[in-house]
Design a protein around this ligand. Structure first.
Ligand SMILES: [Zn+2]
Length: 64
């Protein structure tokens, strides 16, 4: 549901300003971008977590 963001201008706000906290499932609010990562802080537990803006969902970084 999220289109590819190649060459995307962040002023054109199509990404989410909130994301689900991977720790508690609460609402994370956007704190800004670092590279292609968008950082969120959970309102419920205070957890900071990054979301790769190239992906549709705030899934954890895959590790083997
Ligand atoms: Zn949380």
């Amino acid at each position: 549901m999220i289109n590819a963001i190649f060459g995307h201008d962040y002023d054109h706000d199509e990404h989410a300003d909130t994301a689900r906290c991977p720790e508690c499932g609460g609402e994370g609010v956007s704190m800004g971008f670092l590279g292609r990562l968008q950082w969120f802080r959970c309102r419920a537990c205070g957890w900071d977590f990054p979301v790769d803006t190239r992906q549709a969902a705030p899934s954890p970084i895959p590790e083997s």
